[in-house]
Design a protein. Structure first.
Length: 293
């Protein structure tokens, strides 16, 4: 009798399972939030193919007529081809990314694996630089680079990256390195490995996720940087993409907004593709940083 009554009852719902109506509402809310966040980008894409007199006259995303001439004008209308700006930004971003990964990983390996006098003090001092605004050291750095003849070159934007100047990436890598078992280092020392070989043969191959995370953020931040190139680059032939975009805005005359939006759309492609190809490593690096493995 008991078995018959139990069989007549509906099966229990799995714990934590949402009802279809609740799941639908959540997905609709997420879709609406995504559209709201994407609206500025979609408006910029729409503005790049609108006539100039329609750009600021409506909030609609559908232009009355599509004109792709802004992409041609934006690429060729300045004194230098916009492709030159792309090349300059690519050179700076790639070399700065390599410098950040190499320099910060070496510093992080020293803090995480080597025993030297004052290690905790220097690590705390390094973390203290995270609270130091960039503008505080801007003038001393500019005077230094001016005296060595680096102003109006790419060197001030690249060389400091090889000296492990970004404390955020050092801290990120230190947390990851500390999660790698020290027994690997001890076994390597017994086999006669030097600290350099431990870093190169053991730490780097096991740290691909955090290295990719540092590389992605470094590339994006360098590519989008406007203030650094504005300070150190004066010749239009050395301009980056961000300075090239500023050239379309004229405070004393007419601004070519269609060309500005068109080149802005193109400037997003390298960052989007870089993130698209390495997003798996980015998520893995963030998820495992600071966790014991």
């Amino acid at each position: 009798m008991t078995d018959v009554a139990a069989s007549a009852l509906p099966p229990p719902k799995p714990a934590g399972r949402r009802s279809p109506a609740a799941s639908t509402l959540i997905h609709l809310a997420l879709i609406l939030a995504s559209l709201l966040m994407l609206y500025p980008i979609l408006w910029m894409v729409s503005g790049s193919v609108r006539p100039s007199d329609e750009i600021f006259g409506t909030s609609s995303l559908i232009p009355s007529s599509a004109d792709f001439g802004a992409y041609v004008r934006g690429w060729t209308s300045l004194q230098v081809s916009f492709g030159r700006f792309f090349w300059n930004s690519l050179v700076i971003a790639v070399l700065a990314t390599i410098g950040n990964v190499v320099g910060c990983s070496l510093a992080a390996f020293a803090f995480a694996r080597l025993d030297f006098r004052g290690r905790n003090f220097w690590f705390a001092l390094m973390l203290g630089t995270l609270m130091l605004p960039y503008h505080v050291v801007l003038i001393p750095q500019y005077i230094l680079f001016l005296h060595v003849g680096w102003v109006n070159t790419f060197l001030p934007l690249i060389v400091p990256k090889y000296l492990a100047t970004d404390a955020f990436f050092i801290f990120l890598m230190v947390q990851f390195f500390r999660g790698i078992p020290r027994e690997l280092d001890e076994a390597a020392v017994m086999d006669g490995c030097s600290p350099w070989r431990i870093y190169w043969r053991i730490m780097l191959p096991l740290s691909v996720p955090v290295l990719a995370t540092a590389a992605i953020f470094s590339f994006i931040w360098t590519w989008d940087d406007f203030f650094g190139p504005l300070i150190y680059l004066n010749d239009i032939n050395t301009y980056t993409v961000q300075l090239g975009l500023r050239s379309f805005v004229d405070s004393t005359g007419a601004s070519d907004w269609s060309s500005l939006f068109a080149m802005s759309n193109l400037s997003l492609l390298p960052v989007f593709l870089f993130f698209l190809f390495f997003q798996r490593l980015l998520i893995e690096g963030i998820a495992t940083t600071g966790m014991k493995r």
